[in-house]
Design a binder for this molecule. Sequence first.
Ligand SMILES: [Zn+2]
Length: 88
Amino acid sequence: MTDYMEITEAFHQARTAPDVTDRATGLEEADRIGGVALVQARLQGQGAEFCIDCDEAIPAKRRAAAPWAERCISCQDDHDKREGRRHG
Ligand SMILES: [Zn+2]
């Protein structure tokens, strides 16, 4: 979980920076590394680095857009279709 540690550290440094400019720069950096949503999702124990269905790595882009995602796009699609059947 190197990514996670890196993000956590970046946010910690940003929050504790004595200078407001450093803080802003640090937050920008932290945001660039992982994104606030991803960090929050990780802290809440949501989302997954690997698809829970096929074990493929979930692309960083997808995780950034949907930090709660537990499946890769193709498995999520299949899952949605299966779930969708309940509604006809
Ligand atoms: Zn998958």
